[in-house]
Design a protein around this ligand. Structure first.
Ligand code: ADP
Ligand code: MG
Length: 217
């Protein structure tokens, strides 16, 4: 099943076009990497797919739902249920501990599960820092909180925006392996925006985003 189906997506900010002509299908069990020059619109594309930003043309179906036509609350519900987003800028909540940041998606679904939270913290190597606040973390640790939070509720579609940008090579490989494992074992689909050759090499497909479309790299 196509978890993500995009046809003719176009986006501009004011008069400035970012991208156009984006056709993209991602099936369950597929790991797709998107590469492209800085500023070409990778983050914007992921935000549009998640319904966090508006497309100006085209159609977009996520888990069978036309997300771009939903209102904000509808898009938020679909994100909560079906998506995990690793933001380039993390967006961890400053007043919540590491544990509670990672627990939040499960709470919002009414499915608290401390065991699952601890398993995710183990998987990203943060179990010992569970009680800390984000301000007491390094950039790489914060990134791992963001990754654990994106995966804890076993989303069908994982959107990861340069998730290894702040990590040392060993940790970066571990994190990409974690994303790949969600795809292999949980049947998730993952769309990864990345500059990392290592990360792109782990993907089933690598696509290059340009101003006029998305093409095999
Ligand atoms: P990438 O992630 O590939 O580096 P971005 O998606 O962040 O690229 O940005 C694509 C283009 O859109 C850039 O030229 C950027 O300056 C512009 N842009 C991004 N967000 C906004 C915004 N909120 N308002 C206006 N322009 C934006
Ligand atoms: Mg970006």
């Amino acid at each position: 099943m196509a978890l993500l189906e995009a046809r003719g997506l176009a986006k501009r900010y004011g008069e400035t076009p970012v991208f156009a002509g984006i056709d993209l299908d991602v099936e369950a069990g597929e790991f797709v990497a998107i590469v492209g020059e800085s500023g070409v619109g990778k983050s914007t594309l992921l935000n549009c797919i998640a319904g966090l930003d508006r497309i100006d043309a085209g159609t977009l179906r996520v888990c069978g739902e036309a997300i771009a036509t939903l209102d904000e609350a509808g898009a938020a519900r679909l994100r909560r249920r079906a998506m995990g987003f690793v933001f380039q800028a993390f967006h961890v909540l400053p007043y919540l501990s590491v544990f509670h940041n990672v627990a939040l998606p499960l709470l919002l679904l009414g499915q608290p599960d401390a065991g699952r939270v601890n398993a995710m913290l183990d998987a990203v190597g943060l179990r010992d820092l569970a009680a800390r606040l984000p301000q007491q973390l390094s950039g790489g640790q914060m990134q791992r909180v963001a990754i654990a939070r994106a995966l804890v509720h076993r989303p069908a579609l994982i959107l990861a925006d340069e998730p290894t940008g702040n990590l040392d090579p060993t940790t970066a490989e571990r994190i990409i392996e974690l994303l790949a494992a969600q795809v292999r074992h949980e049947g998730a689909a993952c769309v990864l925006a990345t500059h990392s050759r290592m990360a792109a090499a782990r993907a089933d497909r690598v696509l290059t985003l340009t101003a006029t479309g998305i093409v095999p790299a």
